[in-house]
Design a protein around this ligand. Sequence first.
Ligand SMILES: NC(=O)C1=CN([C@@H]2O[C@H](COP(=O)(O)OP(=O)(O)OC[C@H]3O[C@@H](n4cnc5c(N)ncnc54)[C@H](OP(=O)(O)O)[C@@H]3O)[C@@H](O)[C@H]2O)C=CC1
Ligand SMILES: O=C([O-])CC(=O)C(=O)O
Length: 266
Amino acid sequence: MKNIALIGCGAIGSSVLELLSGDTRLQVGWILVPEITPAVRETAARLASQAQLLQALPGDAVPDLLVECAGHAAIEEHVLPALTRGIPAVIASIGALSAPGMAERVQAAAEAGKTQAQLLSGAIGGIDALAAARVGGLETVVYTGRKPPKAWSGTPAEQVCDLDGLTEAFCIFEGSAREAAQLYPKNANVAATLSLAGLGLDKTMVRLFADPGVHENVHQVEARGAFGAMELTMRGKPLAANPKTSALTVYSVVRSVLNNVAPLAI
Ligand SMILES: NC(=O)C1=CN([C@@H]2O[C@H](COP(=O)(O)OP(=O)(O)OC[C@H]3O[C@@H](n4cnc5c(N)ncnc54)[C@H](OP(=O)(O)O)[C@@H]3O)[C@@H](O)[C@H]2O)C=CC1
Ligand SMILES: O=C([O-])CC(=O)C(=O)O
């Protein structure tokens, strides 16, 4: 049985617990959160009653897999130390790797621990195709992210437009994937994922829209290179608990965890 440490118990984490509970091939032995709130206690009691609720992984704890679905800060706080100790990790907050030197530090920590960090596809598809296309050489990768105005609340979008008053789509950001991921840590992880699979954080062009005309989180990718061309549109249903986050992100985490215990992985 695989013993898992879950980092974060918010919209993604609690839905992941819901989908994994009852699977006898694994158990969630640790849930790490900044504060053990009554809501976290209730979720854990219902879905992972054996889990220890803590702020940090104890030095003598050795999970088989660390699953990060917490936010950018969790990479420095939890993922790097775990990798260094040889604990493999799957990462949802991929935008964290846009900080100067962070991608290299994740790689170095995994190398030091002789283990691996896996970057999840999260809310986007086509990462397999893009990463394969990179081998032959990519010319352009352009990503357009479009979410309802409320998904941009509490972000720098509030400084460039009146989110509540929008009557048509408004471009809140245009620039590199690196800048997008830094400015929008809870909304542009997809931009970072696409760029790490493809042309890199500085050459992947990104446009972000607050759009009162959409009810889903719409992700569009256009890529061109030696392989040919790719056009992809995802219309992700947002999670009720967090409109910034698409439900597919949860399914991507669950897929990755189950691939770790399944005899046939896909
Ligand atoms: N790759 C992708 O496609 C996507 C990636 N994401 C990433 O996933 C993250 C989580 O999303 P979501 O679940 O919707 O967000 P929520 O805000 O609903 O939940 C975040 C959870 O993580 C906890 N948390 C915050 N900081 C830390 C930390 N440093 N260490 C441990 N736990 C922490 C929070 O605790 P508390 O409430 O006490 O702060 C909360 O339990 C996003 O911030 C984003 O980085 C999200 C969507 C798509
Ligand atoms: O969940 C989504 O649709 C995408 C998202 O928030 C991100 O890229 O950070």
